[in-house]
Design a protein around this ligand. Sequence first.
Ligand code: ARG
Length: 701
Amino acid sequence: MSDPIRILMCAPDYYDVDYVINPWMEGNIHKSSKERAIIQWQGLYQILKDRSTVELVTPQKGSPDMVFTANAGLVLGNVAVISRFFHKERQGEEPHFKKWFEEQGFSVYELPKDLPFEGAGDALFDREGRWLWAGYGFRSELDSHPYLAKWLDIEVLSLRLINERFYHLDTCFCPLSGGYLLYYPGAFDAYSNRLIEMRIAQEKRIIVEEPDAVNFACNAVNIDKTIVMNKISKTLTQQLNNVGFEVIETPLSEFLKAGGAAKCLTLRFTEPILEDVHANTLIETRVIQMQGHLLDAGVLSKALDLVVESGGSFKVLNFSLGIERQSSSAAEVRVSAPSTESMNEIMSQLLELGAFPSFQEANDAKIEEVNKPGVAPDDFYVSTIYPTEVRIGSQWIPVSKQRMDGVIVIDSNDNTSCKLLRDLQIGDKVVIGVTGIRTIKQSDSRDQRSNNQEFSFMGAGVSSERRVELVVEQIAWELRQIRDQGGKIVVTAGPVVIHTGGGQHLSSLIRDGYVHALLGGNAIAVHDIEQSIMGTSLGVDLLRGIPVRGGHRHHLKIINLIRRHGSIAAAVEEGLITKGVMYECVKNNIPFSLSGSIRDDGPLPDTEMDLIKAQEDYAKLIEGADMILMLSSMLHSIGVGNMTPAGVKMVCVDINPAVVTKLSDRGSVESVGVVTDVGLFLSLLVKQLEKLISPYASSVN
Ligand code: ARG
């Protein structure tokens, strides 16, 4: 047998629930029974005394939680790292524990003052001594982990806690001898669960279900083949017995009221050291900078939130606040993440918010060559809608053909552009990772946003029904501006435009020069032509709102008719089509592209069934657009949204708020969503445009 196991405990002389610093304490202030607490504590103490050497630290008045010695610090060999409590309520315990460790002759290490770490409550050694599992998210800071790795000379695996009830790692995670692990997966984020699964073989993972978890079954003391805990179900006991563990239950209900149980009440300070195990931490840190209207545009809080939500942590190193309403602020932030993978994930999101690497850390972009046509290197950087620059030879070079979901390629003259995966050729140099990339994102100040003549309501995102008229007024004004200044307006439209009676209004927009390209599918064209020729849309008489007998055949008759003529344009020229959206396009020389889909009947001769070709046609027609009006077509609108760089105004009209939200959520001032019936929207828009013209009209009369 190796040296006896030594455990530190603290008698519950002053134990009580005096404050609330975790959800278990809520409603339990002064609700625990002193006598019962003493009996329960004694029960645990006896069990452990029979199996190890238990030492005691003197309880302190005013430190009711000091019974939870797991939070005293973390010990390995001769080194003790003292806790830095997150809550001031427990900070008073620190000097007492420190004193105890010093008296015992440990080399005591202290973390920086503002770096919380709650000892063995949040750090558990693999029982084979292979590594240290360290929790973060509630009480301990991720940035404390590199210190642990260094001082204890051990590999640290960081696990992120996401469930408030399991705020310390030892409430939901218990490494057992023989390489087993007892844990509650629901307490961890997906990345941490994956890490656990990578390190612990499936047959060694003992999953705890919620009912056992809330009884603190994971908060167990494991000594060799014995596990001591508050309470456990029969099934879980059986599972543990099956792999050779003996389970001892000892009631600790009084301590549950403070959010602790068996393991929390103990600190094991003899931990095995493996000779060949050494420091290693997967944690990565980067320093980024942000500039602009960080506070009033909410960019900084968004950035910090996303760091935490993606499993990282941060420290604001410098912050200079713009004093004037117009002046901008600058921040320097250190970001830490539990692995390279999650750092890349965080960085690419931060880049989208306009963050850039700090001066000291600025490096050229990393590049890898394509070795299979149409396939990028695994780690390729995925482009966004925002203007992007890539650092090559210490110079920031702007990327051309900016679009979403592309790959950034650098040519032999160091020119960079966005390409689609399928267009990649062997030897193309592709930007990988997130180093040496920055995006330029305009964050308007509050003043700029509210003074914005054009789309001032847009910050509000999706407008509700009662605001529709107001929105329409603004859009009409904007359309007029663009048209009169020779700008370009592109419309994507779904068949609903015709069903809701919007066809005539869209036709008049085209006639009056408000549309410079039309994008849609087979259906809008078929319904429009059916409407023009037969007065029905999918067999429904729109004027009377009722289905016409045999009307369901109209649809295919129309397709057949156009196929006979060879094209929509031919059918117009030959006098078959005399009005409607497609008619106006042909007559006014407005280019259109109809993209096919799996559900298309016919299709019309004009419908492009080669989707790659259709995407190319769309991209060409979108080029140079100042505004895109998206009218009730989820598929075509989202497709178009992905191809369009930031800066192009987008108006998305749909009765389904989900579609509108998806498109207006480009995080930019320039997109607006209108949740309404598209027919109604178009009729209001046309009326509004007429009103804009009328002053001149009346002066002529
Ligand atoms: N009331 C204590 C706290 O919230 C309970 C600590 C439990 N300790 C533990 N290692 N989980 O800090």
